[in-house]
Design a protein around this ligand. Structure first.
Ligand code: RP5
Length: 164
């Protein structure tokens, strides 16, 4: 199976981004996690992107906050699919990172998830790998069914408590 890379701009992103790692683990998808910054360690971020395909990665998740150029800088150096997570920061609530990540120029796509959307980033990366992996695709369908069941159970409990 192809691996997923999780790259983040700072260790301060870890508490949120580790949820992407947890999700990949739940699905049995191999991953690597690295802290590389587009601004503070641009050489490492570039080298990783340029060699990711030959190292067996199928998708890259890139999380960054503030002037968040990491996902775009990675996408500029690979044709692997790149998923950007805009991270919330204390000044502008993540709107700065959202706009920096999502507004890519034509030709260099970044699939941007919600602010702090680490779980969805992981799920999207799994969906990308599952295009050519039946077993993974079945796991995704099972998870959807189980999530739906949970919500319907909550609905039943709420209806029972509040409706008369
Ligand atoms: C970004 O700047 C990082 O991704 C992080 O979200 C933000 C702040 O980084 P620290 O100053 O906490 O290291 O590059």
């Amino acid at each position: 199976m192809k691996k997923v890379a999780i790259i983040m701009g700072s260790d301060s992103d870890l508490p949120v981004v580790s949820k992407a790692a947890d999700t990949l683990k739940q699905f049995g998808v191999p991953y690597e996690l690295h802290i590389y910054s587009a601004h503070r360690t641009p050489a490492e971020a570039k080298a990783f992107s340029e060699t990711a395909r030959e190292k067996g990665f199928g998708c890259i998740i890139a999380a960054a906050g503030m002037a968040a150029h990491l996902a775009g800088a990675i996408a500029a150096n690979t044709t692997l699919p790149v998923i950007g997570i805009p991270m919330k920061s204390k000044y502008l609530d993540g709107i700065d990172a959202l706009l920096s990540t999502v507004q890519m120029p034509s030709g260099i796509p970044v699939a941007t998830v919600a602010i702090d959307g680490a779980v969805n980033a992981a799920l999207l990366s799994i969906e990308i790998l599952a295009v050519s992996d039946e077993e993974l695709s079945k796991k995704l369908a099972d998870k959807r069914a189980s999530d739906t069941k949970t919500v319907l159970e909550k609905n039943a409990a709420a209806e029972k408590q509040y409706n008369f």
